[in-house]
Design a protein around this ligand. Structure first.
Ligand code: SF4
Length: 309
């Protein structure tokens, strides 16, 4: 019987494996990210967010496993990289799953990036990121921590550290002088988009001193839609109406109608404006941004505006 390890070895001889990729190789039409690299030290994610989209394309999505020979291969990729672009970590998993405490692949990757002077854009839902504040404070780093709700975090992201812990990690990073942003992503209509909850959340973020807020609405795919309505049965009928009847399809993903997305996002934008926090939306195609880039790239590099990409 062929073991998966043998398959990996044969496969990597035929097609050399690379762990550093250009972000968004499929050029999603509504993506406004500046050019950057992407890397995932792990495959799979333990946070089990109900709205997660990796479940539609990654086998055993909640079983976290390290990428084979990750640090050696990643350093090789970094040395071969043609441009010194920001490296986004991670987009198809979280860089801080529980096994990171032992394996330290993300910490190792940060050391490599610091050595080779690459800017990093961290993207996580784990407070473990605060562990690496010593390295992050010595490099060009922007840490984006997702908080979708202060009240419903245990239902939206059942395997992730609590929203409270994530806010506390933000505080620790800000204290170290690291640029920290918050992602309020996704906003799910009738679930976590109430004015009252968002007000409370943005007020907390303002008191911590975040450099940016990026928000995005829920995009539905069949498997995550089933999980969302199972987690929030009281919203099921409304969500079916919004996504299955009125919604728009962009590249196989169902969006809520643009007027509804605008209403949800403008609420956050107005709250961010109140505290003078730069704001951006992600993959919405709506003109609501006050921040120079959606992903914080401008905070770690000399940026280009969207129109100059
Ligand atoms: S953190 Fe991201 S990759 Fe992990 S389960 Fe949640 S949505 Fe999926």
């Amino acid at each position: 019987m062929i073991k998966s390890e043998d398959f990996f070895n044969v496969f990597s001889i035929l097609i050399p494996v690379r762990y550093l990729h250009l972000f968004d190789p499929w050029s999603f039409p509504l993506c406004t990210c500046p050019k950057k690299y992407s890397v995932d030290p792990y495959t799979g994610c333990a946070h089990r967010c109900v709205y997660c989209y990796i479940t539609s394309y990654i086998p055993q999505p909640y079983n976290v496993r390290p990428k084979k020979d990750f640090l050696r291969m990643f350093e090789r990729d970094i040395k071969k990289a043609k441009e010194k672009l920001p490296v986004s970590m991670s987009n198809s998993s979280d860089p801080y799953p529980p096994i990171e405490t032992e394996l330290m692949l993300t910490r190792g990757a940060l050391r490599i990036l610091r050595t080779h002077d690459f800017p990093v854009l961290m993207l996580t839902k784990s407070d473990m990121v605060a562990r690496d504040k010593d390295i992050l404070s010595q490099m060009r780093a922007y840490v984006s921590i997702t908080v979708t709700s202060l009240e419903l975090d245990y239902l939206l992201e059942p395997g992730a550290p609590s929203a409270e812990k994530r806010l506390s990690a933000m505080e620790k990073l800000v204290e170290k002088g690291i640029s920290v942003g918050a992602r309020i992503d996704p906003l799910i209509p009738t679930v976590n988009d109430s004015e009252r909850s968002l007000k409370k959340l943005v007020m907390e973020l303002a008191s911590i001193g975040v450099s940016q807020i990026t928000a995005s609405t829920y995009k539905s795919r069949p498997d995550n839609f089933r999980r969302v309505i199972a987690a929030f049965p009281g919203s099921a009928e409304k969500l079916k109406e919004i996504y299955l009847k009125q919604g728009e399809i962009v590249r196989g993903t169902r969006y809520a109608p643009s007027s509804m997305r605008w209403k949800m996002l403008i609420k956050v934008r107005k709250l961010a404006d109140r505290y003078e926090i730069p704001f951006a939306v992600c993959r919405e195609g709506l003109d609501l941004n006050t921040a120079l880039t959606c992903d914080g790239s401008h905070l770690v590099t000399s940026h280009k505006r969207y129109s100059e990409r």
